[in-house]
Design a binder for this molecule. Structure first.
Ligand SMILES: [Zn+2]
Length: 352
């Protein structure tokens, strides 16, 4: 959620935030087809990549498809959760899944790059409570370094405090100096979850007044951004790359720009409608840019900047995220139904 673009509308579009969720349906778009299927299957939530409500709505009624979908979802108590540009930007989101499908290596963000700010949170915990506090903080998102989670450090020591007159200390008594066996527990926390981690830490901590420090770090944190750029294992011709991409993304049809004999090694990509990042692809040294929804004038611009472009379609460059979301939800213990995303191939190709 923290990484969504400003213009986007992500999160819970319909439903009760406190609803217990055990069965969900995952679809690329919350079209009426997917909404009907979710209601029919009686799931607790429909999880989609594309948002249902995008521009502000002044009326919710059955005159529009969006209104009908909202009415249907609410009447049938099906929550709708949309993860759009936050999922484009996120690690293991749409663009990482696309980069994996194209077997890219040394993958980095392509555009709108920001560096995550990280903090070091240090808290002093009485002996016997260090594990409870540690687990609460990690559950709230602390302690992730690369692909490692639960990264913390703890050292034993002696804490001193003098409880004031109107206190009700967990250890010791008012007016008497206390020397308590404590752990100094420290861990790294990204800015996006800092307040949640502190809240979890305070809730799990037994003391009336929790002693903790928050330091802003100069190191750590990951680069985030839209799109990806990476390397193919070996350089191939554009003709071979088209063949490879078509088979990896299950396309029977793609459009492209460029000389078929051109050598391709550096690949930039952005799933969905990514034509606006073509300049960023060129700047990143890409030999080819893979995206969807290219217009005539985009191809003309690609020609002018001497960049090969492959338009594999909006759906084909994003559909793998549906399976990735389903796998993620199953890992969380949910029962998941995958809506057949090919039903959402609204744009068909006609061949003579
Ligand atoms: Zn899309």
């Amino acid at each position: 959620m923290h990484y969504a673009e400003e213009w986007d509308n992500v999160g819970l579009h319909a439903g009760d935030r406190n609803k217990e969720i055990s069965r969900i349906m995952v679809a690329l778009s919350p079209g009426e087809d997917a909404v009907n299927a979710a209601v029919e299957a009686g799931v607790d939530m429909l999880l989609t990549h594309h948002p249902l409500i995008f521009r502000s709505m002044k009326q919710i009624n059955s005159d529009t498809a969006t209104g009908r979908s909202l009415l249907k979802l609410i009447r049938n108590d099906v929550n709708l959760y949309c993860a759009h540009t936050n999922l484009d930007i996120a690690k293991d989101g749409v663009n990482d899944v696309l980069a994996q499908a194209l077997e890219l290596e040394q993958v980095k963000p392509l555009a709108d790059i920001t560096h995550d700010i990280c903090y070091k949170v240090v808290v002093y915990v009485p002996a016997g409570y260090e594990e409870i506090v540690r687990q609460a903080m990690c559950k709230a998102g602390a302690g992730c370094i690369g692909n490692y989670s639960g990264c913390t450090f703890q050292a034993k020591g002696t804490g001193t405090f003098l409880p004031g007159e109107n206190t009700n200390p967990f250890i010791g008594e008012a007016g008497r100096m206390e020397y308590a066996e404590e752990y100094r527990l420290e861990t790294v926390v990204p800015q996006a979850v800092l307040s949640a981690v502190i809240r979890a830490m305070e809730e799990a901590h037994p003391y009336e007044e929790v002693a903790y420090d928050v330091f802003r770090l100069e190191n750590g944190g990951e680069d985030r951004g839209i799109g990806r750029v990476g390397q193919l294992k070996e350089a191939v011709s554009l003709a071979e790359f088209l063949d490879f991409t078509a088979s990896k993304l299950s396309c029977d049809h793609m459009t492209y720009h460029g000389d078929l004999s051109r050598q391709i090694k550096t690949v930039a990509l952005c799933g969905g409608s990514g034509s606006s990042y073509m300049g960023a692809a060129k700047k990143a040294g890409a030999d080819v840019y893979v995206t969807g929804d290219m217009r005539y004038h985009d191809a003309q611009a690609a020609d002018e900047m001497d960049l090969c472009v492959v338009d594999a379609g909006h759906l084909r460059t994003e559909r793998m995220i549906v399976d990735a979301l389903a796998a993620f939800a199953r890992k969380q213990g949910l029962e998941v139904i995958v809506f057949d995303e090919l039903k959402q191939d609204y744009l068909k190709h006609w061949h003579k």
